[in-house]
Design a protein. Structure first.
Ligand SMILES: [Zn+2]
Length: 84
């Protein structure tokens, strides 16, 4: 998996400042989806401009990030992009 994408993870609370490793635009967005109690889930990071991104399974969901429960994610429109 692309290290440049992985390096974005720690700065996701400031996603508006992040630069897409693929196209160079500041269009990064992300969502953590997981279990409300265990706070284990998966992470999707993608670029709204070029529609590329990554998917990381089995992550611990930190505080102060965009998070939805598995349950709520079924009622949401999830991002569509190409996994790198
Ligand atoms: Zn991009």
């Amino acid at each position: 998996m692309n290290k440049k994408w992985l390096s974005l993870i720690n700065d996701l609370p400031h996603a508006d400042k992040l630069i897409c490793p693929n196209c160079g635009q500041k269009q990064i967005d992300y969502i953590y989806v997981g279990d409300d109690t265990s706070k284990i889930g998966y992470l999707q990071i993608w670029c709204k401009a070029c529609r590329k991104g990554i998917y990381i399974s089995r992550v611990r969901i930190p505080p102060n990030v965009k998070f939805v429960s598995f349950e709520d994610s079924k009622r949401m429109e999830m991002p569509s992009y190409e996994f790198l």
